[in-house]
Design a protein around this ligand. Structure first.
Ligand SMILES: Cc1cc2nc3c(=O)[nH]c(=O)nc-3n(C[C@H](O)[C@H](O)[C@H](O)COP(=O)(O)OP(=O)(O)OC[C@H]3O[C@@H](n4cnc5c(N)ncnc54)[C@H](O)[C@@H]3O)c2cc1C
Length: 415
């Protein structure tokens, strides 16, 4: 390891990458490369959709978060060359060389080869996806006159969410509450229809029973239709085709949102290193990539054994691993012994519509408005940097977190 200023390059600025970078400030010449100019606190993307939080709360720019001595490069990494020890960024001729590499590019939406899904379904992983979904909801509402009969209104305002994992239930309850509120404001007759389509037998399979009860109750209260053991087989611009017990049904939709799965980033697919059969990078207990001691991988792209299994593919795990990566990068530079750590679940918190949430803390689950407030408080403490936490906490406390209604496009001030 060069003694003076080892070049530490971090690829990906999400939970794994950003929190590693924050902890590595001063450890060497640190460069963070990300395809976006901002971090995204994904657990609150639902609240961004509903306008309970604003973009700057959950998607702060890297330049506001990072120390001056960390270089931030915006660009999509096209190639990682582990032999030449350099990274190529799209549209940039000059490769970025490293002494130590941290890979944290996360996952991408997995459409599972369903025809039409990639072209016509809306994914839900980024600010732009939430903006698109919100504008689709407004556009669909704007097309419905108040005097339309209830059955036609319901038909025109049918939205399908694919997947009943945490994302699917959080999103569908939020959408249903927002649409119901819009119905009242616009004096529409009848009610909207929000469907969740799940090919498995149960909703939120990864969650424990106590919190699952709150989720089931919230889905009922928000009048979300849940279809389990039902597979999406095709999506077109205005239909979703589902299969249940061998029978196929076409459902007309205003929009379909895909929360049906995550797969490893293509950047990782291209790396010739040891992986699991799902394409996850096999890492040592130190988070080093096997046979590459100066390369670390964490978060959604890494298979890490020493963690509670339910933590796989979560922000909680990526965030905790970032601490271990930073510690081990420093140890590697200093020629010291590297560390290992076991990671545990830090509790669960799901938003359920615009007025409720459910929280599991210390083995106890609670729901309702109190859980909503607890979730906001908990997430304030999980945001990056003290400065940002204080600004956001003050904004939520003094200015409130009331949802922003789906007003007609002409009246909309801020979308
Ligand atoms: C809507 C939603 C809600 C979620 N809610 C929760 C929750 O409540 N609790 C929980 O624990 N987990 C939640 N998750 C999962 C959580 O977000 C991920 O597990 C976590 O973000 C993984 O961290 P990561 O660092 O591996 O990847 P990410 O946080 O996804 O970061 C990857 C980064 O790499 C960048 N990137 C990608 N490709 C490239 C490239 N080619 N070049 C350069 N940069 C690139 C991305 O822009 C991003 O900045 C949620 C996920 C989503 C989508």
């Amino acid at each position: 390891m060069p003694a003076a200023e080892p070049r530490i390059v971090i690829v990906g600025g999400g939970f794994g990458g950003l929190f590693s970078a924050l902890e590595l400030a001063g450890a060497g010449s640190v460069t963070l490369i990300s395809d976006e100019d901002h971090f995204l606190f994904t657990p609150m993307l639902y609240e961004y959709l509903s306008g309970e939080v604003e973009e700057w709360h959950i998607a702060p720019k890297y330049r506001e978060l990072l120390d001056e001595n960390i270089r931030s490069v915006q660009g999509a990494v096209a190639n990682v060359d582990l032999t030449q020890e350099r990274v190529t960024v799209e549209a940039s001729a000059e490769p970025i060389e490293y002494d130590i590499l941290v890979l944290a590019v996360g996952g991408v939406t997995n459409y599972a080869g369903v025809p039409g899904a990639e072209e016509f379904a809306i994914p839900f992983r980024k600010i732009a996806h939430a903006d698109l979904l919100r504008s689709c909801m407004v556009a669909a509402l704007d097309h419905v006159p108040p005097n339309l009969p209830p059955q036609d209104t319901r038909h025109a305002l049918t939205f399908a969410v694919v997947g009943a994992g945490a994302s699917g239930v959080e999103l569908s309850t939020k959408m249903a509450d927002l649409l119901r509120d819009a119905f009242e404001r616009r004096a529409l007759t009848g009610e909207p229809r929000v469907l969740v389509i799940e090919m498995g037998q149960t909703i939120v399979p990864g969650m424990g029973d106590p919190i699952r009860e709150f989720v089931a109750e919230a889905l009922t209260k928000s009048r979300v239709e849940v279809h389990t053991l039902t597979r999406v087989v095709r999506i077109t611009p205005n239909t979703v085709t589902v299969e249940h017990n061998g029978a196929w049904t076409d459902i007309e939709t205003a929009a379909v949102v895909w929360t049906g799965g995550v797969r490893v980033n293509p950047v990782v697919d291209r790396l010739a290193i040891e992986k699991t059969n799902r394409g996850l990078i096999l890492v040592e207990p130190t988070l080093q990539v096997r046979a590459h001691e100066n390369v670390f991988a964490l978060g959604d792209i890494a298979f890490f054994k020493d963690a509670t299994p339910t933590l796989a593919g979560t922000a909680q795990l990526a965030f905790q691993q970032a601490g271990l990566v930073a510690r081990n990068v420093r140890a590697l530079i200093d020629g010291e012994q590297l560390h290992t750590k076991h990671f545990e679940e830090m509790g669960e918190a799901v938003s359920l519509g615009t007025a409720r949430a459910a929280v599991l803390a210390g083995g106890k689950a609670f729901g309702g408005l109190l859980a909503r407030q607890a979730r906001f408080a908990l997430y304030t403490s999980r945001l990056p940097t003290w400065h940002h936490r204080l600004k956001v906490g003050a904004s939520w406390f003094f200015e409130g977190t009331t949802p922003r209604p789906l007003l007609p496009l002409g009246i909309q001030q801020d979308t």
